[in-house]
Ligand binder design. Sequence first.
Ligand SMILES: Cc1ncc(COP(=O)(O)O)c(C=O)c1O
Length: 474
Amino acid sequence: MVLYESVIESIGGTPLVRVHQLAAGLRPRVYVKLEYQNPGGSVKDRAALGMIRAAERDGSLRPGGTVVEVTSGNTGVGLALVAAHLGYRAVIFTSSQIAAEKIRLLHAYGAEVRLVDAFVPKGHPDSLGAAADRFVAETPGAWRAGQYDTPANPAAHAESTGPEIWADTGGAVTHFVASAGTGGTISGTGRSLKTLSRGAVRVIAADPAGSSYSGGDGSPKHIEGAGHTVHPEAEEDVWPQSFHLDVVDDYLTVTDREAILIARRAAREDGILLGGSAGTALAAALRLAERLGPDDVVVALAPDSGRNALSTYYDDEWLAERGFVFDDSDAPTLGGLVDAPAPRVATHLTVAEAVARLRLDERDAAAPVLVVYRRSDGEAPIPAADVAGVVALDELRKALAAGAGHDLVREHASLAPPTVGIGRAPDVALAGLDAAHPDWIAASVLRDGRIVGVITRETLVAHSVRSDRLAMAR
Ligand SMILES: Cc1ncc(COP(=O)(O)O)c(C=O)c1O
């Protein structure tokens, strides 16, 4: 159908597009379902329409009512456009960390945006969710969409996304790959494909490395929308009811690096501009296809377009700042200069415990030690958000001598140091540090978005001088 009597009729019916270059040499046919061709630019238009229609049916949303949701992105846009068309007020609660463009986009559809900033566990009275609930309680006619827990979210996909894939492949689809955020897409689409194929279609969740859905510790990742993160101080990890675990046959984990690389390659080699979570899904689909045969048909769902990511995954400077290096140039980097793994001490320790546990060479007693949340207290690279501060062994010893042994380490920590990408040349890193953080004596070094070590200003200065001299000698 190409003639629509309203914008909401044009939601759904997105194309399935064959991937050629990236799938070259693989036996199955691999397709992506381009959900960015929905009017609001993402798969979330479907859930937004489904949730609003269900609320109208059950009477929780009435004419003149207000649609409320907590979202940092696509769901807000979907709700804003459906609300605009149907004459509802839309109020979106989000964090001021989100890109200014996203706020402008919501404003463009006439939605109101409430910015709430609090890095607190789910359910905390200062959380975004609590702020939205208070607003709903105080506002007559307000209704919170609740994408994480409402059955209307997966139902929207069971009614539209799944049947479309089945019909468009003529029933030939054998594997469906999608990421899970709320879980609505994979649960509804997967359920419907299983029903239509009498259980034959396999459903694979493409999950960002670190997401707790596939067994990770819930630490933050750079791919937005996909996977499940857990606040470092949360007491329990609550999963959304929109995610129906019984639908998923298998999980494939995909690192931020792999997802970004595949998304970038899809744009350059296949002319398909994918968002980050679409990169996650396609990366998993391609890996899966390596072990399948010529009769298999793999469909990966692309929730949104790379247009939303031009200033992130497609921006070389953004990538360099976070230590994503995709070319093999032999230019000097910080790689050989950092001590790995990064020295660290856990936030929950007392000063006395930390002094007893920190096994540092005496020469390093004044060196920066990262103060990290418990889950990052191993040897693995550290997500930047898990660093609560920085402290030196000398400072802890002084505190112990002054009788503060029972204090928590974090009470004696300074602010977390700035970060620098591992692919930077030492003089570039030093210039960046001088310009933005002149008082800092050290920086955390990121590789592929995680901290792998700490570098001191002293090391950078020494190395920059050395490379200057080398350059002069040449
Ligand atoms: C870009 C992007 N990818 C993936 C997802 C995950 O979809 P779902 O919430 O249906 O699991 C979302 C959800 O907001 C998203 O915005």
